[in-house]
Design a protein around this ligand. Structure first.
Ligand SMILES: Nc1nc2c(ncn2[C@@H]2O[C@H](COP(=O)(O)OP(=O)(O)OP(=O)(O)O)[C@@H](O)[C@H]2O)c(=O)[nH]1
Ligand SMILES: [Mg+2]
Length: 364
C-alpha cells in the first residue's frame, strides 16, 4: 500500500531534523551539506482525536493507532539529474516513495551553510522541482525511444502508451510538473507502470526560525502563494524546536511550549496532511478488547479492508456492520448503537469511509 512519504529538499534544509522529530529517529544532523548519504526510514504514529474519544467511551484494554512511513532522503543540488552532489542516490530513493514532503529552508543561521548562498525559498523550490522534471524528461525520453520502435511494428500497447505519454512530455518540456495536469488515475503514468517523480503529490513544508512561528514572514507568504498556485498545501514549522520538543516528556514539553508561547506542535499537522496526501483513510475495529485504527486507500471495499486485518478475512468476508465514529460517540455505547439499530449492515460492494467503526462478520 502507498504509505511512504519521502522528505526531500536542498542540503541543510532541516530534513533529517524533521525526520527525527517525526519518527523519534536518530538520523545524523549536522551544519554541513550532504550529511545524509543513504536514506533513513522511520515510522510516525498518526495521532487521531477520534481514536482517543473512542478509547474513552469503550475503555478497551489496548489501543493501537495507525502509522505512516517517512523516508529521509539525501539533499539534492542543481545538476542532480546528471549525478551532481549525491544525485543518483537521491533520485533512486525518491523513485521509491509515494508522495513528497518538500522541506524548504526559511530559517537564517550563519552557522548552517546554505548550498545556494543565502535564504531564498522560491528559488530553492524551483531548483528542486527543475531537477525532478529534468530527471522525468530523461526517463520519458528513454521510454519513448523504446516504444517508438515497437509502435513501428504495429504494437498496439506501444501506440496507446505513446499517445498517453504525449501530454506528460509536453508539460515537462514546458516546465510543468506532471502532477499539475490533474490526470485521472487511468491516464496517470502509474497506470502504465511508469514512476515519474513529478507525478507524485507534494506537501510543502516551510522550516522557519523559531521567532517567526505564528507570524507571516516574507518567506512564508511567498511559499504560500507558490503552493496555492500549484493547488498544493503548505505547513509551517521550526524543525529545531520540534526536535527539542520531541526529546521531552509530555509535562516538560507543555512547559517549554508555554514558556515560548507556542500553541501547538506542527508535527500532527504534517502527519495528518501527509496521510491525506497519500489518499489514505482510517477505519476502526474493536476485537477482543483491542481498539485499533487501520489504514486503507480511499475507495477500498469492505472485503479488502477486512483483508488488511487478516489475509484470510478477505475470502471469508460475509458482511460488515458499520457505524460512523461520530454517531457511535453520540450513542454513548456500542450496545446502544446496536439496540437503536444504528449499525448498518453492508455487503461486499461497500466502500469503506474515513471514520467508519466496523465489525466484520467472517466465515470459518
Ligand atoms: N537555526 C535552525 N537550524 C536548523 C533548523 N533546522 C535544522 N537546523 C540545523 O541545520 C543543520 C542541517 O540540518 P539537517 O537536518 O541535517 O539538514 P538536512 O536537510 O537533513 O541536510 P542534508 O542531510 O545534508 O541534506 C543542522 O545543524 C540543524 O541543527 C531550524 O529550524 N533552525
Ligand atoms: Mg539529512
Amino acid at each position: 500500500m502507498a504509505t511512504k512519504l519521502g522528505i526531500i529538499g536542498l542540503p541543510n534544509a532541516g530534513k533529517s531534523t524533521l525526520f527525527n522529530a517525526l519518527t523519534a529517529g536518530h538520523a545524523a544532523v549536522a551544519p554541513y551539506p550532504f550529511t545524509t548519504t543513504d536514506r533513513n526510514v522511520g515510522v510516525a504514529v498518526v495521532e487521531d482525536p477520534r481514536l482517543a474519544a473512542l478509547a474513552k467511551l469503550l475503555k478497551p484494554q489496548r489501543v493501537i493507532p495507525t502509522s505512516i512511513e517517512f523516508v529521509d532522503i539525501a539533499g539534492l543540488v542543481k545538476g542532480a539529474h546528471k549525478g551532481e552532489g549525491l544525485g543518483n542516490q537521491f533520485l533512486s530513493h525518491v523513485f521509491g516513495v509515494d508522495a513528497l514532503l518538500h522541506v524548504v529552508r526559511c530559517f537564517t543561521d550563519d552557522n548552517v551553510a546554505h548550498p545556494m548562498g543565502g535564504v531564498d525559498p522560491r528559488r530553492d523550490v524551483e531548483v528542486v522541482n527543475t531537477e525532478l522534471m529534468l530527471k522525468d524528461l530523461e526517463v520519458l525520453g528513454r521510454r519513448k525511444e523504446r516504444e517508438q520502435k515497437l509502435a513501428k511494428g504495429g504494437d498496439k500497447a506501444a501506440i496507446k502508451l505513446l499517445e498517453s505519454l504525449a501530454p506528460w512530455d509536453a508539460a515537462l518540456s514546458a516546465g510543468t510538473p506532471v502532477r499539475r495536469l490533474g490526470l485521472a488515475a487511468e491516464a496517470a503514468p502509474h497506470a502504465f507502470g511508469i514512476d515519474l517523480l513529478t507525478a507524485k503529490p507534494v506537501l510543502y513544508a516551510a522550516n522557519v526560525d523559531e521567532a517567526d512561528l505564528g507570524k507571516a514572514p516574507a518567506s512564508v507568504t511567498s511559499l504560500k502563494a507558490l503552493s496555492e498556485a500549484e493547488g498544493a498545501q503548505l505547513v509551517v514549522f521550526c524543525a529545531k524546536l520540534e526536535a527539542e520538543l520531541a526529546e521531552l516528556d509530555a509535562a516538560d514539553r507543555a512547559e517549554m511550549m508555554r514558556e515560548l508561547g507556542v500553541a501547538e506542535s506542527a508535527l500532527p499537522q504534517v502527519i495528518r496532511r501527509g496521510y491525506a496526501l497519500l489518499g489514505l483513510v482510517t477505519f476502526f475495529t474493536t476485537v477482543s478488547n483491542i481498539l485499533q485504527a487501520w489504514t486503507v486507500h480511499d475507495g477500498t471495499k469492505a472485503p479488502q479492508a477486512a483483508g488488511t486485518i487478516h489475509t484470510d478475512f478477505e475470502q471469508k468476508f460475509i458482511r460488515a456492520e458499520v457505524i460512523q465514529v461520530d454517531a457511535l460517540l453520540r450513542c454513548g455505547s456500542d450496545a446502544n448503537a446496536r439496540t437503536q439499530g444504528l449499525l448498518r449492515v453492508e455487503g461486499k460492494e461497500y466502500v469503506v469511509r474515513d471514520g467508519d467503526v466496523i465489525h466484520f462478520r467472517v466465515g470459518q
